[in-house]
Design a protein around this ligand. Structure first.
Ligand code: C2E
Ligand code: CA
Ligand code: CA
Length: 596
């Protein structure tokens, strides 16, 4: 028994000495760790309300050698007033057993006047009744970590390129404006949705470097248009949004939107290059019917989309029926994308007639779309969407390739088709692509068609454009022998200076002038001027949309080279072209009545 007791005692003593050793080691380890971690120590006697602050604690706050006031106010008295209530709560929670460890992050005033973020950790020491009489622990400087955290938080809700708030932050702020309106029972704010027009063209033609510079400069100018309570954000790409708070009168919003539009249309100079862009703005007013900011932003987007489809560079307010219209528009966009891959697009042709011989001089390729639900669609219904989405690039290339194939087949099948010319419409977008001229040259050689039998119909905007891509494409096409025609001549720009600079062969008089010739003397005079301008510059002049014998006679009298329109032929499919060209009609010599 005694032996056993002795043994138990020995065991206990042994264990006790092990524990002491471990404790000593752990104490030392703790001291080492604290020193290594550069932490300060504190020890607070709760009964005496006295606190010990280690030299390192004081040094961390620039208080070495200072005489801190007695008691815990040496610490608590320096804590940032915003953080003090939280610190008290954390202490109380631990002292009253709600937490197993005390831990709190707060700012403490450094002797140099700056705020330092500190993390305090500690444990209470309790008596037999579990009443705490002492609490002690460490203090670590986490200012650097907090700074990094704040930088990350800032980055998470700001756009790096423009430094504007991003979509997340914008929606957060808009959501709180919406909730505020619900609480107050009235909404006095508005949202502008701003999208740059033709940003893609700038980016593609002048490079990303200029594109980025433009976005940053655009953002800066946008911010400068706003009051201090308003907020601008970059939603992504070339889309921006503005939240206008405290709208007393709707007219103020309209004038802010108008001011923004006008300011942003002024010329920018980016990396030494002059760049002009416009923007389309959608405006929506706060309304209690909006459940959240997202719904409101969507409507602002719809209004912006409408501003685009009404010709860009304008502000449009949101209206309820827009939702249906835009849904239809977006559906059309999806359908067009499908059509491009499913083969629902085809190419139709309209002949042009030589005004002197009456023979067919060429064919203009015109895209057609067999829509699965809506039937045959003419380009006027979908060209806007194709341009806006950039799908026109793929569309034009499809038409060009198909038309060249057809023309090649006619040449081998139809006697006399060798001298007819093929005209293909190409969008301005195409000329902003570095590879466009190569694409055309390759497509021609794939069909072994001479370049001189192809004429590309382009808008005046392309010719006026000072983008290096447009200039390079035009020059390369010209050098290859491809002909260039100015489509819808007279409807675009008043300036004619560019005619001397660019290598065009043909002017196409817009059908609106031709159709007004008989009733409007001004239109007749304009047509006469265009014909003599063409003669003076040695350009071929083609009149389009010729519908009546009177129009054709007047055009022939003026000396117009070619005519095109329903008077001679409707738009035909490829089979119709075979039949017509095979018959080698002589429209004018047979008399226009035959064709009419
Ligand atoms: P555009 O180049 O001015 O083409 C002539 C338009 O006039 C065609 O309309 C044609 O069907 C129509 N037309 C023909 N004869 C007459 C007539 O006697 N009277 C009247 N009032 N109109 C006549 P369409 O095919 O609807 O094309 C409309 C526009 O769409 C074209 O105008 C052209 O700018 C564009 N477009 C057509 N196909 C393409 C294409 O493949 N690529 C591109 N980028 N644009 C195209
Ligand atoms: Ca045309
Ligand atoms: Ca035209």
């Amino acid at each position: 028994m005694l032996f056993l007791a002795d043994r138990a005692t020995r065991d206990t003593l042994k264990r006790l000495s092990q524990v002491r050793k471990a404790l000593r080691e752990s104490d030392e380890r703790y001291a080492l760790a604290v020193r290594g971690a550069n932490d300060g120590l504190w020890d607070w006697n709760l009964h005496a309300d006295d606190i010990y602050l280690s030299p390192r604690w004081l040094e961390m706050l620039g208080l070495e050698g200072a005489q801190p006031p007695p008691g815990p106010s040496a610490w608590l008295g320096r804590v940032h007033p915003d953080d003090l209530p939280g610190l008290h709560r954390a202490l109380d929670a631990h002292l009253s057993h709600q937490t197993t460890q005390f831990e709190h992050e707060h700012r403490i005033l450094h002797a140099d006047g700056s705020w330092r973020w500190m993390q305090a950790r500690g444990l209470a020491v309790r008596d037999d009744l579990a009443v705490p009489h002492r609490i002690a622990g460490s203090l670590s400087d986490i200012t650097a970590r907090k700074g990094a955290e704040q930088a990350l938080a800032h980055a998470a809700c700001h756009d790096a390129l423009t430094a504007l708030p991003n979509r997340t932050l914008f929606l957060e702020q808009l959501d709180s404006s919406v909730s505020e309106a619900h609480r107050a029972g009235a909404a006095h704010f508005a949202v502008l949705f701003i999208d740059m027009d033709r940003f893609k063209a700038v980016n593609d033609s002048l490079g990303h470097h200029v594109g980025d510079g433009l976005l940053a400069a655009f953002a800066g100018r946008l911010r400068a248009c706003l009051g201090s309570s308003d907020m601008a954000a970059r939603l992504g790409g070339d889309e921006f949004a503005v939240l206008i708070r405290s709208v007393a009168e709707r007219s103020r919003v309209d004038s802010v939107a108008e001011r923004i539009r006008a300011r942003l249309a002024e010329r920018f100079v980016i990396s030494g290059r002059e760049v002009s862009v416009t923007c389309s703005i959608g405006v929506v007013f706060g309304d209690l019917a909006y459940p959240d900011g997202d719904a409101m932003l969507r409507d602002a987007d719809l209004a912006m989309y409408r501003a685009k489809s009404l010709g860009k560079d304008r502000c449009e307010p949101f209206e309820l029926d827009l939702r249906d219209q835009v849904i239809a528009q977006r559906a059309l966009e999806d359908d067009l994308r499908d059509a491009l891959s499913s083969g629902a697009l085809s190419v139709a042709y309209q002949p042009s007639v030589d005004a002197r011989t009456g023979a067919i001089a060429g064919f203009e390729a015109l895209v057609r779309w067999a829509h699965p639900v809506r039937g045959w669609l003419s380009p006027d219904t979908f060209m806007g969407v194709a341009e806006e989405t950039g799908l026109v690039v793929e569309l034009d290339r499809f038409v060009l390739r198909r038309a060249l194939e057809d023309a090649c087949a006619w040449r081998s099948e139809i006697h006399g088709a060798r001298s007819t010319c093929l005209s293909v419409n190409v969008s301005d977008h195409q000329f902003q692509r570095a590879d466009f001229a190569d694409f055309v040259v390759d497509a021609l050689s794939a069909c072994s068609l001479p370049a001189t039998s192809l004429s590309l119909e382009i808008g005046e905007r392309t010719l006026m454009s000072d983008s290096p891509y447009a200039r390079a494409n035009l020059a390369r096409l010209h050098d290859a022998g491809v002909r260039l025609a100015i489509d819808d001549f007279g409807t675009g720009y008043a300036s004619l200076g560019y005619l001397h600079r660019v290598p065009v062969d043909t002017l196409k008089i817009d059908r609106s002038f031709v159709s007004a010739m008989e009733s409007d003397p001004a239109a007749a005079a304009l047509v006469a001027t265009i014909v003599s301008l063409g003669q003076g510059l040695k350009l071929r002049v083609v009149a389009e949309g010729v519908e009546s014998i009177a129009q054709s006679r007047a055009l022939m009298r003026l000396g117009c080279d070619q005519m095109q329109g329903r008077l001679f032929s409707e738009v035909l499919d490829a089979q119709g072209v075979r039949a017509l060209a095979g018959a080698s009609p002589r429209y004018l010599t047979m008399g226009p009545s035959r064709a009419a």
